[in-house]
Structure formats: structure tokens, C-alpha cells
Design a protein around this ligand. Structure first.
Ligand code: PLP
Length: 399
């Protein structure tokens, strides 16, 4: 069967690598999994008051179809959440989706014609590159400079032809580096977007998972720039399986993009109703949420510190300190030319030491460099074991 050519550019390394690990597991191997950003796969749990609301939703018979734009009570709760982050908006500016993933899909579907361009960070979360490609559009990368703590650098784009560029993606806190943008850096990105009349897609799904830095919402800083802020239940509220996310439209001169997204929303009827209800109840527990974020961060901080220490003391590796989310993106100093590329590094690490990571090329890293991404969600003893194995793996190559 001849398949659509658009499917050729759709890859998602984070889940693609799991296929090899599952084959090993079927042969009885126990794999230490540091590949997927799902807190509930480790010792984190959706808070009880949110879990209970999910059961309640079904009992309340919220089992039918709902509003395509999203449950009104959830959109109101999102408005309050946004206000706390300095974003002024109304329930009509909020659209609920099946996670940020569906939101990005709908935004690309509504905005992009073939050959249009979207500026995406490199390295960066791979869904953006894949979805832009899938719509026949072209991702153009702006570099996050590792030597400067993964600070964004737009200088390669300056003076280039921007006529086809339509959107700028910001991921803050960042996957895969754990970087959190300083206010000045964020302002620089917004200024560039204003100058070139770009829509900003600001992915803030990890906004509450920040260690010592301070997270600034792009829409709270933006002047004369249209921003779609993307967030949801998956990370801050530890409920990725619920598939509830939302986008907030602010700073638009007209409602064209939002109306086009709503057309796509109607096409898929509605988002999961019980999960939307539970998300609304969850967000309304403002004080409990503060406590829950604090507890998550306390656990994560110890794991982040351990990962940062171990990855930097190992021969052949170095790692920028993650300031948010739960990822580290260590660099492989391959002066021994031990691996053709980082895919081979990750493959061999899996086969020899049963540690599953994601190779850096899966995140559009800078050409000529090699990286891999780990999640530091597992408990310390699992991380200790994983790092001992990675160290043994490096030493076997005489690093
Ligand atoms: N955006 C970023 C930056 C992510 O890292 C992820 C998941 O890892 C997502 C979006 C997916 O979010 P959702 O579960 O809401 O679809």
C-alpha cells in the first residue's frame, strides 16, 4: 500500500526507543527506564483530591459529550490559574484539548500551509518538529547554546528571509535540557516575534516544576505579540494519562486562529469529560496544589542534585544543571570516537547495561555534538544504580 508521504517525517524518539527495550524485556531482561517523562511511572502520584474528583465525575454522570471548547468550569479555573501567573484572560480565550499534544496538532493544522516555517528550539521537544513536518511546513531551528547554560541564540536567523515564518515555539521550562529562561532571554524572544510578526506558542507545561530559578509566563511579559500559552494536567498535576491540556489565546488582533482551532475542536467533538471535571476540581484546590507542587519539588530536587553530581563526575560526560522539569541532557565528550553517533551510544548502553535513555539526535541537538537525555524521576536508589552502570559503560570504553 502506498502511504501518505507526510508520514515519513513523523518520528518520536522518546517512545521509538522503547521498542528495543520491550524486546529485551520479553527475553527476561530487567531494564532501568530513564526515557519517559511520566511521573506516575515512578513514585509520584496524582494528588488524592484530584483522583477522587475523577470518580465523582463519573458518578455525577458526566459521561456524555460536552462543549467542544471545553467544560466551562475548567476554563474558569484555568483563567484563575493564568491570573496567578500574570496572564489576563477570560474563559472565552481558553480552549481545552486532549493534552498539549492535541493543542499543538490543532494549532499547526489551523495555521500552517505547506512550506510555511516555524521557529523551534534546538535542542527541543520533538513533537514540534514532527508536527510541523507533518503539515508540510518547515521547522527552522534556533540554537540553545550549551556553553551558555542553553541560552537561546537567534543570531543565525537575523538578517535571513523571514517571509514564510509564522510562529515561534518557546518551551519553558525546557525539555530536554531542564533550562528555565531568564526574564531578559524571554523578552528577547518576544521582541524577535514582534519584529517578524510571529505567533508565539509558549509551552509552559512544566511551569510549577522549577528549582531555584523563577518561571515567567511569556504572555505576562508580551506586548503587541499574540501568544498561545500551552499547559495542562500532565506534569504539574501529575496526571499525564488523563490527556487534559489547554491553550490560552492572548494578544491577538482578531480571533481568526482561535476560531480555526475551534472548528477543529468541533471536528473531534469534545475532550474527555470526566477528566475535564476532575481537572477543574483539581485546579480549584489552590492551596493543596501549592503544597503538592512543593512536595514534588522536594523529591525532584534531591534527584536532580544527584543526577547533576554523578553525570559531571563521570569520565567522558558533562551536564548543564537542570533548573526545571525533570530532565538532564548530558553531553558525550567522544574524543575516543567510541560511537558513530549518539543513537549507537544509547543502543549499546541499553544492550550492555540495560539502561534506557533517549539519544540526543531525537531532540534536534546541535550538529556535530552527541548527547542523551535522562529523566531523573526514579527514586535515588534506582538512579544510583543507573549511574553506576553508565559509569561502568564509559570506563569499558577507556574514558
Ligand atoms: N510539551 C512538552 C515540552 C513536553 O515535554 C510534553 C511531554 O513530555 C508535552 C508537551 C506533552 O504534553 P501532554 O501530555 O499535555 O500532551
Amino acid at each position: 500500500m502506498k502511504l501518505a508521504s507526510r508520514i515519513e517525517h513523523v518520528t518520536y524518539a522518546i517512545r521509538d526507543v522503547a521498542v528495543a527495550a520491550e524486546a529485551l524485556e520479553r527475553k527476561g531482561r530487567k531494564i532501568l527506564k530513564l526515557n519517559i517523562g511520566d511521573p506516575d511511572a515512578y513514585d509520584f502520584d496524582t494528588p488524592e483530591y484530584i483522583r477522587k474528583a475523577m470518580g465523582e465525575a463519573v458518578e455525577k454522570r458526566l459521561n456524555g459529550y460536552g462543549d467542544s471548547q471545553g467544560l466551562a468550569r475548567l476554563r474558569e479555573a484555568v483563567v484563575k490559574e493564568n491570573r496567578r501567573n500574570g496572564i489576563r484572560c477570560a474563559p472565552g480565550d481558553v480552549v481545552v484539548s486532549a493534552g498539549v499534544s492535541e493543542a499543538v496538532q490543532m494549532l499547526c493544522g489551523a495555521l500552517l500551509d505547506p512550506r510555511d516555517e516555524v521557529l523551534v528550539p534546538s535542542p527541543g521537544y520533538p513533537q514540534y518538529e514532527s508536527l510541523v513536518n507533518y503539515h508540510g511546513a518547515v521547522p527552522r531551528f534556533y540554537e540553545l547554546v550549551e556553553e551558555k547554560g542553553f541560552a537561546p541564540d537567534l543570531s543565525q536567523l537575523e538578517g535571513t528571509d523571514m517571509r514564510r515564518a509564522k510562529a515561534l515555539v518557546i518551551i519553558n521550562p525546557h525539555n530536554p535540557t531542564g533550562g528555565v529562561l531568564e526574564k531578559k532571554q524571554l523578552a528577547g524572544l518576544l521582541e524577535f516575534a514582534a519584529e517578524h510578526k510571529l505567533v508565539v506558542f509558549s509551552d509552559e507545561i512544566y511551569s510549577e516544576l522549577v528549582f531555584d530559578a523563577k518561571h515567567t509566563a511569556a504572555a505576562s511579559l508580551a506586548r503587541d505579540v499574540p501568544v498561545v500559552t500551552l499547559s495542562g494536567m500532565s506534569k504539574n498535576n501529575l496526571a499525564p494519562g488523563w490527556r487534559v491540556g489547554w491553550m490560552t489565546f492572548t494578544g491577538f488582533e482578531d480571533s481568526g486562529l482561535k476560531e480555526a482551532v475551534l472548528q477543529l475542536c468541533r471536528l473531534r467533538l469534545c475532550a474527555n469529560m470526566p477528566a475535564q471535571y476532575a481537572a477543574a476540581v483539581g485546579l480549584e484546590h489552590e492551596k493543596d496544589n501549592r503544597a503538592a507542587y512543593g512536595e514534588t519539588l522536594r523529591k525532584l530536587r534531591r534527584r536532580r542534585d544527584l543526577a547533576f553530581k554523578r553525570l559531571n563526575e563521570m569520565p567522558g560526560l558533562s551536564c548543564v544543571k537542570p533548573e526545571g522539569a525533570f530532565y538532564a541532557f548530558p553531553r558525550i565528550d567522544d574524543h575516543r570516537k567510541a560511537w558513530k553517533n549518539d543513537r549507537q551510544f544509547a543502543d549499546e548502553l541499553l544492550r550492555e547495561e540495560s539502561v534506557l535513555t533517549v539519544f540526543g539526535a531525537g531532540f534536534a541537538e546541535k550538529q556535530g555534538t552527541k548527547h542523551f537525555r535522562i529523566v531523573f524521576l526514579p527514586p535515588e536508589e534506582v538512579l544510583e544504580e543507573a549511574f553506576a552502570r553508565i559509569e561502568r559503560f564509559m570506563r569499558k570504553r577507556r574514558f
